[in-house]
Design a protein around this ligand. Structure first.
Ligand code: KG4
Ligand code: ZN
Length: 382
């Protein structure tokens, strides 16, 4: 087997157009990654006026952005409009990987079609046929911690990693896994309704905060009192490892209706937040955000730690967009320290959607010969 594998990865599952070039070595025992380039072009400003991602707009933007992002990856930002020119300067690529799911199917197809075009252009330019592999977005999130170079990195601690409890928290998913090795896992539970990121986004929308709501809520929460309102902790004592966040979201809605009737009007609420920054209403909003965040974090942390105890886990892995949440990270860190186990996280720039994580997942899958067909599958799971 060749020692280093250079992977060009493409990610278009939602509202980020991303292409990365990653050097992968070490095999399944000690995988190591050098992210050469990881360009993420966000469509947030396009979708923000609609309060969420509009699939057809996402598709249009991906089609427009993909060639531009590829040129940035190749360091050819000012190249004329011929992709083949840019491709001729590519380093030797061993594999092209593209996300095939889960996500928005029209968006996924743009990535798949683009990956096919790059593969065929590359063949014309270099005469070499580079394999093209489908990739699972959730595996990308799951393996993204492998790129972390900090002192708690997997590479330094892989002997005390398994069994591990992995929590994937994103805009579309909340999944708890027990991992016996990098490639062998069992799903313990997942959300029965809204994903944790989705709950953040929906609560933010109810409060008149812009999309995506997770970072907005957590910013506001820093100024609030997490004990101010005792929101429900759904399924916290349930025997299963499943989650549910829609009841919590509804509890916040009732609270808002009760305490601040005019919050039904979003733009009005926005104005009130801006106008009354030092006023009690703002304090109330900050308390709502902090108390909501506290409820989500408590459920996620308690259930993860219960799984750690039950399965004698030696570490936890936290990943996905919501893993960027500071309160969640610090509570998980406290809990892992108390139990004397390791805590693995992706580097900060790999929490949200990006193509570097897709390359990492594709490397692991190529080693275990796991393949996904080149067909968009919006509901693909682990
Ligand atoms: O993994 P990701 O980028 O996309 C999906 O695969 O869904 O996750 C996006 C989600 C959004 O719901 C966003 O609001 C949430 O992650 N998010 C956060 C934070 N940053 C992003 N949620 C809470 N706190 C944050 N700091
Ligand atoms: Zn994601």
């Amino acid at each position: 087997m060749k020692k280093t594998m250079t992977i060009l990865a493409i990610e278009t599952s939602c509202d980020e157009t991303s292409i990365a070039l990653v050097e992968c070595t070490g095999g399944l025992k000690t995988p190591q990654f050098k992210v050469i380039k990881n360009i993420v072009s966000s469509q947030i400003p396009i979708h923000r006026p609609f309060g969420g991602v509009v699939p057809n707009l996402a598709k249009r933007e991906h089609i427009k952005n993909l060639p531009l992002v590829l040129r940035k990856v190749l360091g050819k930002a000012r190249q004329p409009n011929d992709l083949r020119l840019a491709i001729s300067d590519l380093p030797a690529i061993d594999l092209i990987a593209v996300t095939v799911g889960p996500g928005l199917e029209p968006a996924l197809w743009t990535g798949i079609e683009f990956a096919k075009k790059v593969t065929s252009d590359m063949r014309q330019v270099t005469g070499k046929k580079v394999p093209l592999a489908g990739a699972n977005h959730l595996e990308g999130h799951l393996y993204s911690f492998l790129a972390n170079k900090n002192p708690t990195s997997y590479f330094l601690h892989h002997t005390s990693l398994f069994p591990s409890i992995a929590l994937i928290v994103s805009g579309g998913h909340t999944i708890l896994l027990k991992m016996d090795s990098l490639t062998k896992w069992k799903k313990l539970g997942e959300t029965r309704d809204d994903a944790s990121g989705e709950a953040f986004d929906k609560v933010a929308k109810m409060m008149g905060l812009p999309y995506p709501g997770g970072p907005e809520i957590s910013k506001l929460a820093e100024k609030g009192n997490p004990k101010a309102i005792n929101f429900p902790r759904p399924m916290i004592r349930d025997k299963s490892y499943d989650f549910s966040f829609s009841g919590l979201k509804t509890a916040v809605l009732y609270y808002l209706k009760d305490k601040a009737p005019s919050t039904n009007n979003e733009s009005n609420t926005n104005k009130r937040i801006r106008t009354f920054e030092k006023d009690s209403l703002f304090a109330d909003f900050a308390d709502i955000a902090a108390s909501f965040e506290e409820a989500v974090v408590e459920v996620l942390t308690k259930k993860t730690m219960r799984a750690v105890k039950e399965f004698n886990a030696r570490s936890i892995i936290l990943c996905g967009g919501v893993a960027a949440n500071k309160h969640l990270k610090s509570e998980m860190l406290k809990a892992t320290r108390k139990m004397g186990i390791n805590f693995f996280l992706p580097p900060n720039d790999l929490n949200g959607d990006n193509a570097a994580m897709i390359a990492i997942g594709a490397y692991i899958n190529s080693l275990k010969k796991k393949k996904y067909p080149l067909h968009a599958n919006g509901n693909l799971n682990l």
